[in-house]
Design a protein around this ligand. Structure first.
Ligand code: SAH
Ligand code: SF4
Length: 342
């Protein structure tokens, strides 16, 4: 049985060829899958009943299942999606009353090897990479379930996208070509895998790179992110500057604010100094407490003060709006994904 979700037009043409149908049928099927997001072959109403029956003998729309779906009062929807091997990932759809944008937050791996001390995903360790088809299935699942078209995608779910770069790049190409989502509406978030940042820079996609920095100096960063021992902030800075030089794109710096750990005025000053010569915007993320550690979220006052101090450096600073706060937060980082002003 062929799974239609994730196939390119050429791959669908192979199926229609085998069924002795015209290439135009392949184009129709392609549109039904990616733009109209059907759940079933029977919904492909511009194909004849006879042809649909033939197609159903050899193909099906998808092989993933929605295990859990939670809808927040703010409209955020969180899905737990299960692949045929039984593994699950979380995917979140965020929508905003005042904007037409629908942002999908997708996972790139099952588990994560980077093991940041504040992150629920990292605690599980690394299980496996997702294939590009499994990545795009997350967005197709959202579209099929809601009947809506996703307009923006952020790789901020489970996993480290730059440690699964080939599949992530292939998925981004498909988002671009098949889903018709512009590269500028795609954001890849990384903990700072330096060699892969250089690789990404060579790729001339116009997508956005978000860097999870979370610390004003190496000492604090080592406590939060073991990756600092492998690629330190000095090397990271060189890679970020090269990325800006090669792509012309502004980087988004993500900075998790944790009470008394990295939210002091001195931290704001050091952070501003570190970022002074990097073309970037800064997104402050108030920490979402998870069960596994003692970190706390700073007070709103402390957050505003930190923001104010940083803004003096001339950078654009936003505080991330929390989304879906009332739905299960087993995976801490799946809450509060999107920029917004508080
Ligand atoms: N591995 C990549 C992308 C997935 S994590 C990365 O680390 O960038 C996406 C974002 O969620 C990261 O910025 C991460 O630091 C953040 N995050 C993880 N746990 C969080 C928590 N408990 N509260 C708030 N943000 C969290
Ligand atoms: Fe992995 Fe990102 Fe979580 Fe760190 S924050 S453990 S890199 S998913």
């Amino acid at each position: 049985m062929k799974i239609l979700s994730g196939l390119s037009l050429e791959e669908i043409e192979k199926i229609t060829d085998e069924l002795h149908a015209s290439k135009f049928r392949a184009r129709q099927i392609h549109n039904w899958i990616y733009l109209k997001s059907v759940k079933d072959i029977d919904e492909m109403t511009d194909l004849s009943v006879k042809f649909r029956e033939e197609l159903k003998q050899v193909a099906t729309v998808t092989d993933v299942q929605i295990k859990v779906k939670q809808v927040s009062t703010d409209g955020t929807i969180k899905y737990l999606i299960q692949y045929p091997d039984g593994e699950c990932v979380e995917t979140v759809l965020m929508r905003f009353d005042n904007r037409a944008n629908l942002t999908a937050c997708v996972s790139s791996q099952i588990g994560c090897a980077v093991n940041c001390s504040f992150c629920a995903t990292g605690k599980r360790g690394f299980i496996r990479n997702l294939s590009y088809k499994e990545i795009i299935e997350q967005v197709l699942t959202i579209q099929r379930d809601t009947g809506l078209k996703v307009t923006n995608i952020v790789f901020m779910g489970q996993g480290e996208p730059l440690l699964n770069l080939d599949n992530v790049l292939k998925a981004m190409d498909i988002f671009n070509e098949n889903f018709q989502i512009g590269a500028r509406r795609l954001t890849v978030s990384t903990s700072g895998i330096v060699p892969q940042i250089y690789k990404l820079a060579e790729n001339d996609m116009q997508s956005t790179l978000a860097l999870s920095l979370h610390a004003p100096n190496s000492e604090v960063r080592r406590r939060l992110m073991p990756i600092e021992n492998k690629y330190n902030m000095g090397e990271l800075k060189k890679a970020l500057k090269k990325y800006v030089e090669m792509t012309g794109r502004r980087i988004t710096i993500e900075y998790l604010l944790i009470k008394d750990l990295n939210d002091t005025p001195e931290s704001a000053k050091q952070l501003a100094e570190y970022l002074a010569d990097i073309k970037c915007n800064i997104n402050l993320i108030p920490y979402n407490p998870t069960e596994k550690n003692d970190y706390q979220r700073p007070s709103s006052n402390a957050i505003q003060k930190f923001k104010y101090l940083l803004e003096h450096s001339g950078k654009k600073v936003t505080v991330r709006l929390e989304r879906g706060a009332d739905i299960d937060a087993a995976c801490g980082q799946l809450r509060g994904k999107v920029e917004g002003k508080v």
